[in-house]
Design a protein around this ligand. Structure first.
Ligand code: NI
Length: 184
C-alpha cells in the first residue's frame, strides 16, 4: 500500500473522461493495489472521497468514506467501479465544496438532492446505492471526476469561490441557510 501523488487542477488527467474497467480486471492484483493506494491516499490527506484520475489513473473508479457525525449517518468505505448515476430528486441543494485536486479553495455548488448509483464493487459484484443530502453531493462530486469535471466548473456564482481562510472568515454557512460544507 502506498500513498500516491495527487494531481492538481491544470493536470490534463483531471480533464479526461476515464475509461471503463473490464469486469475481469477488477480482481487483478494491480487493480486491487490501486484501490488500496487510493484508500491510503484519501486517508492521508483527510479526504472523504477520491477518484482514480486524481492519482493519475484514468479509469472509472472512485472511493468514498465518510465517518458518521452528529449531522450525518456516514458511509462505510465504498468502492465504485463503472458507476452510473440516476437523479431521484431534482430539487437542488447547495454545499461549499473542496477537493484534494483544488487545494485551499472552497466553492458553493448546487446539485440534485437524491441520486441512485449503479456500479460494480471491489469484487466485481453489481450494486445499487441510493444517497441523499450531503452524501449525494459527495458521490456526485467524485463521479464528476470520472467525466473530467471539477467542482469549480459547477459554481454558478463566482463570488462564491473563496480561499479556505477567507471562506472560514466570511462565508461559513449558518445552519439555517440549508447550505452545508464538503471538506474534500
Ligand atoms: Ni474532488
Amino acid at each position: 500500500m502506498a500513498i500516491r501523488k495527487v494531481a492538481r487542477m491544470g493536470h490534463p488527467v483531471l480533464r479526461k473522461v476515464a475509461r471503463d474497467v473490464q469486469a475481469d480486471e477488477i480482481r487483478s492484483p494491480e487493480f486491487q493495489r490501486l484501490i488500496a493506494d487510493m484508500k491510503a491516499t484519501m486517508r492521508e490527506y483527510g479526504g472523504i472521497g477520491i477518484a482514480a484520475p486524481q492519482v493519475h489513473e484514468s479509469v472509472q473508479l472512485a472511493l468514498i468514506e465518510l465517518p458518521p457525525s452528529a449531522e450525518e449517518p456516514g458511509q462505510n468505505l465504498t468502492v465504485f467501479v463503472n458507476p452510473k448515476i440516476k437523479v431521484l430528486d431534482k430539487e437542488e441543494q447547495g454545499y461549499w465544496e473542496g477537493c484534494l485536486s483544488v487545494p485551499e479553495l472552497r466553492g458553493l455548488v448546487f446539485r440534485p438532492r437524491k441520486v441512485e448509483v449503479s456500479y460494480l464493487d471491489e469484487n466485481g459484484k453489481k450494486q445499487t446505492l441510493v444517497v441523499e443530502d450531503f452524501l449525494a453531493t459527495v458521490v456526485q462530486h467524485e463521479l464528476d471526476h470520472l467525466q473530467g469535471i471539477l467542482f469549480v466548473d459547477r459554481i454558478e456564482d463566482m463570488t462564491k469561490l473563496a480561499f479556505l481562510e477567507e471562506y472560514q472568515r466570511y462565508c461559513l454557512p449558518s445552519s439555517d441557510e440549508g447550505i452545508g460544507e464538503l471538506g474534500d
